[in-house]
Design a protein around this ligand. Structure first.
Ligand code: GLC
Length: 739
C-alpha cells in the first residue's frame, strides 16, 4: 500500500497532543495541525482541496465531469458530492487516502434536505409544525442515516426567506418569516452537527443560499434579486445569521445577483458581511457552476476573470465549475492572487476536515454493518410519522366533516392518492419509494378494503377527462368523498417556477362535478408551494394541507383524517386569494392610504379582490377550538434594560384534546422609517385537553424591537408599540406599551 506521509506525520502529532480543555487551546492545536499539512502541499494540491465535483450517482445541475476518480487520485479534487452508501464512499475515500500523494481525506456532500433514506416532509411542511424540537429531531435522524451512508456534509439548511409562491424552491425553506425561519435554521444546524462534529453520526451543515435567493423577480428561479439593504438585513439575513450563530461551518453562495453583483462574486456578501460582520469561521462553497455563471451575469467577460472575482470575494471551494482547477495556479504564479489567499482558503477547508475527525479516521463514515442497522431504523420511521402529522394544516372543516369515522364508506379520488414518489417531494436524497405504502393503501389498511372505494378520476396535470365518469360513479356509492389533489412533485423545487399557482390540470373541474353529488367532500392537498385555493375553498367542505409528507406520509394522512392525530399545523407562508395579490405577506407596511380609511376609493386596495389573503400566515384549524382571553402585560413601560411579560389565557373550548400554536406579534407604531404592521416575536406550541386552560407568557425585551433605522444603524427607538397574541396573524387580541 502506498506509504502515506501524512498519516505518519499525524499519528505522531496526535499521540503527542495531550487532551486539552479550553477552546483557545483546542483552536490553537487545530490550527497547528492544519499548518503542518499545508506546508507539505504543492500549489496544485492546495487548489485540489478547493475543488468539488459531483459523482455520477445523482445529477443536481447542468454539467457532469466523468473522470472524477482520476481527479481524486491526482489530488486535483478534494471533495465529492452526490455519492453515497458506505461502500461507494469507502471506494472513493480509499483512492484519496491511499493513492493520492498526501492522502488528504475527501468531504462527501449531499442534499440531505429533509431526510436521507427515511424522508421527512418537505421543509416548508416541516416548518408548518412550528415544533422546533421535532424539526431538530428530523435533522438529527437525517444526519444519522446520511452519516451511516458515508456522507459527512449536507447542503442544508436552506435559509432563504421567500414571499414568492411562484418560486418552486419555497418548498425547501421555512416560509416568509425571519423570526420563525431563524429558529428553524438553528434547529437544523444543531440537528445535523450535534455537539461534536467529530462524532461519526454528525455531519457538517451548509447554510444556503447566501444570499437573498428567495426573492427572485416574478418568482422565476435564478432571476434578479433587487431589494433595499434594509429589507435584506431586517428580513432576509436573520435565518442565515441564526444558522451561523448555531455553528454552521460551511456556507453556499447563491446563483442570484444582489445589488447588481452576482452573490458568488460579492466581496460585500462573502467577506465584509459574512466573515467580518457575522464572524463566520468556516468555508464558503459555490452553488453548482455559479462561478462560471458570473460570466453570464455580465460583470466579467471570461471564466478566468470569474474565478478571480470569486476568490477575491471570499469563495473557498468551486462546486463543479472547474474554474479554480483551470485558472488559479497561473493566477497565483502571475501574481494576480497572493499565495496567502489560497493558503487561507485551503486552511479553512482543512480545518473542517480535522473537525470532522477525517484525518484520524477517513473511513469513520464507511461502515456497512452500521449503515444496515441505522437506515430505516424503526425510531427513524416513527420520527418521520410524527413530524409528518405535525406538519399538516387543517385549512377548512365545515360541519366537522373531519375527522372521518372508522367504517364510513369513503371514495378516494385522484392520482396522487396512489403515488408514493410524490410523497417524497423534491430533494429526496436517497429516499426510495418502492419501500413505501401509498395514501390509498394506508386508508384501506385502516378503514378496511370494503369501506375504501377508489377511482383516479384524472391525472395530476393534463386535460384528460375520460376518468370523470368512473370517479363520479364511485363517489356516488360512498358516504363521503376524499379527493387527493395538488401538484406533481417535480412542479416545485429547483428550476420549477410556475406562472400560475392554481391546482393544475382538470382536478378542480372534477371537484366541481363531484360537488354536484351533494356529498361531503374532503380535499387532501399535496403541493410544494402556497396555492390559489379560492375555487376549491368554495367547493370543498374540508381542506387538509399535507405538503409532501415523506416516507410515512400515507400513514400520517390516514391518522389525521380519522382523528388518530388532531391536526396542529399552521401556515408559514401566506396563501393568497389569487396570484394578483402576490407578493402578499403578513408583515406588510401600513402605507399612506391604508384600507381602513373612510374614503371608499382613494386607498390601497384592488377593485376586483379583497386585500386580505385566503389563509393568513400562522393560520391552521384543529378538530377542537381554542379561546384567548385576559391578555395582560406586566407593565406598559419597557425600559432599556427591562422586560415585559405578556400573558394570555388559552382555553380548549372543544370536545377533544388538541395543540395550539400561540403566536405573539409586535408593531412599532412610529419609527424613523416605516415599520411593518406586525412582526412575529414569539410563539409556543401547547397541548390542551378538552376544557383545559393554560396561561401562556411571552417575554419582550428591547433588543427584540431593534431594526435598521433611517441612518442604517441597528437599534431601537422609543415610542408606542402594540402587542398582539392569537392563533394566527389575523385573529389576535392586542394591548399597547411604550419603550
Ligand atoms: C443545486 C442547488 C443547491 C444544491 C446544489 C448541489 O444547484 O441550487 O441547493 O445544494 O446544486 O446539489
Amino acid at each position: 500500500m502506498k506509504h502515506n506521509i501524512i498519516f505518519t506525520l499525524f499519528a505522531a502529532y496526535v499521540l503527542s497532543s495531550c487532551a486539552s480543555s479550553n477552546k483557545s487551546t483546542i483552536d490553537a492545536k487545530l490550527d497547528h495541525k492544519v499548518d503542518s499539512v499545508l506546508k507539505l502541499m504543492t500549489l496544485d494540491e492546495k487548489i485540489g482541496q478547493m475543488v468539488l465535483y459531483t459523482s455520477d450517482w445523482d445529477i443536481t445541475g447542468p454539467t457532469l465531469k466523468s473522470d472524477y476518480l482520476d481527479d481524486i487520485r491526482k489530488g486535483n479534487c478534494g471533495n465529492i458530492f452526490n455519492a453515497h452508501t458506505a461502500a461507494y464512499t469507502r471506494k472513493l475515500q480509499k483512492i484519496a487516502v491511499e493513492e493520492s500523494r498526501l492522502g488528504i481525506p475527501l468531504l462527501f456532500g449531499y442534499d440531505v434536505i429533509h431526510g436521507h433514506k427515511t424522508i421527512f416532509p418537505i421543509s416548508l411542511g416541516e416548518s408548518a409544525s412550528w415544533d422546533i424540537a421535532a424539526i431538530e429531531k428530523s435533522a438529527r435522524v437525517s444526519a444519522i442515516e446520511a452519516a451511516a451512508s458515508g456522507i459527512n456534509w449536507t447542503f442544508a439548511p436552506m435559509c432563504d426567506i421567500s414571499v414568492e409562491p411562484r418560486w418552486g424552491r419555497v418548498s425547501e425553506g421555512a416560509g416568509e418569516d425571519p423570526y420563525l425561519g431563524s429558529k428553524i435554521a438553528a434547529a437544523r444546524v444543531h440537528g445535523f452537527q450535534g455537539n461534536d462534529l467529530a462524532d461519526s453520526l454528525t455531519i457538517l451543515s451548509c447554510v444556503k443560499h447566501f444570499a437573498a435567493y428567495g426573492a427572485p423577480l416574478a418568482g422565476r428561479d435564478y432571476n434578479t434579486v433587487d431589494m433595499s439593504q434594509r429589507v435584506f438585513l431586517d428580513i432576509y439575513l436573520p435565518p442565515y445569521k441564526a444558522a451561523i450563530d448555531a455553528g454552521a461551518m460551511s456556507v453556499m453562495t447563491s446563483f442570484n445577483e444582489y445589488d447588481g453583483v452576482p452573490a458568488t462574486g460579492s466581496k460585500y456578501l462573502l467577506t465584509d458581511l459574512l466573515r467580518d460582520q457575522l464572524g463566520f469561521k468556516g468555508f464558503v462553497v459555490t452553488d453548482y457552476t455559479s462561478i462560471n455563471e458570473i460570466v453570464n451575469h455580465g460583470v466579467v467577460s471570461n471564466e478566468a476573470d470569474a474565478g478571480l472575482m470569486a476568490i477575491k470575494a471570499g469563495v473557498d471551494m468551486d462546486m463543479q465549475g472547474e474554474v479554480y482547477f483551470k485558472y488559479l495556479k497561473k493566477q497565483v504564479e502571475d501574481g494576480e492572487i497572493p499565495q496567502k489567499t489560497i493558503n487561507d482558503a485551503v486552511k479553512r477547508i482543512l480545518r473542517v476536515k480535522f473537525m470532522l475527525g477525517l484525518f484520524d479516521d477517513p473511513y469513520k463514515y464507511c461502515n456497512e454493518a452500521r449503515e444496515k442497522r441505522l437506515i430505516y431504523a424503526p425510531e427513524h420511521l416513527e420520527a418521520a410519522l410524527d413530524v409528518a402529522k405535525k406538519s399538516m394544516v387543517l385549512l377548512k372543516n365545515d360541519s366537522n366533516v373531519l375527522p372521518l369515522k372508522k367504517g364510513e364508506k369513503i371514495a378516494i379520488i385522484g392520482e396522487l392518492a396512489t403515488s408514493t414518489r410524490d410523497l417524497l417531494g423534491s430533494w429526496k436524497a436517497a429516499g426510495d419509494w418502492d419501500f413505501m405504502k401509498s395514501t390509498l393503501d394506508e386508508l384501506k389498511t385502516y378503514n378496511g378494503e370494503a369501506n375504501v372505494l377508489f377511482a383516479e378520476g384524472c391525472k395530476k396535470f393534463g386535460e384528460d377527462r375520460s376518468g370523470f365518469a368512473a370517479a363520479i360513479a364511485v363517489a356516488n356509492r360512498a358516504d363521503k368523498i376524499v379527493m387527493v389533489i395538488g401538484e406533481d412533485w417535480e412542479w416545485s423545487g429547483e428550476a420549477a417556477s410556475r406562472t400560475s399557482i392554481n391546482i393544475p390540470g382538470v382536478q378542480t373541474e372534477l371537484l366541481e362535478k363531484l360537488k354536484a353529488l351533494n356529498k361531503p367532500i374532503v380535499l387532501v392537498l399535496m403541493n410544494g408551494r402556497p396555492l390559489d385555493l379560492s375555487k376549491e375553498n368554495e367547493l370543498a367542505d374540508a381542506i387538509l394541507e399535507t405538503w409532501y409528507a415523506g416516507t410515512m406520509g400515507g400513514k400520517a394522512i390516514t391518522q389525521v383524517l380519522f382523528g388518530e392525530y388532531n391536526p396542529s399545523g399552521k401556515l408559514t407562508m401566506t396563501f393568497p386569494r389569487n396570484l394578483g395579490q402576490v407578493p402578499i405577506f403578513y408583515y406588510e407596511k401600513n402605507t399612506g392610504r391604508p384600507l381602513y380609511l373612510e374614503n371608499p376609493k382613494y386607498k390601497s386596495r384592488y377593485i376586483d379582490s379583497p386585500n386580505d389573503p385566503l389563509f393568513p400566515f400562522g393560520f391552521g384549524l384543529s378538530y377542537t377550538t381554542f379561546a384567548y382571553s385576559d391578555i395582560k402585560l406586566s407593565t406598559n413601560e419597557l425600559t432599556e434594560k427591562g422586560e415585559i411579560k405578556a400573558s394570555v389565557n388559552v382555553t380548549n373550548t372543544g370536545g377533544v384534546a388538541g395543540e395550539e400554536v400561540v403566536q405573539c406579534y409586535v408593531r412599532d407604531l412610529v419609527g424613523s422609517v416605516t415599520r411593518p404592521v406586525k412582526q412575529l416575536k414569539g410563539f409556543e406550541k401547547i397541548a390542551l385537553k378538552a376544557g383545559e386552560s393554560k396561561v401562556i407568557t411571552f417575554t419582550i425585551k428591547p433588543e427584540m424591537l431593534a431594526f435598521h433605522r433611517l441612518d442604517m444603524s441597528y437599534g431601537t427607538e422609543p415610542g408606542d408599540f402594540k402587542l398582539f397574541i392569537g392563533g394566527n396573524s389575523r385573529d389576535v387580541k392586542e394591548v399597547g406599551f411604550k419603550l
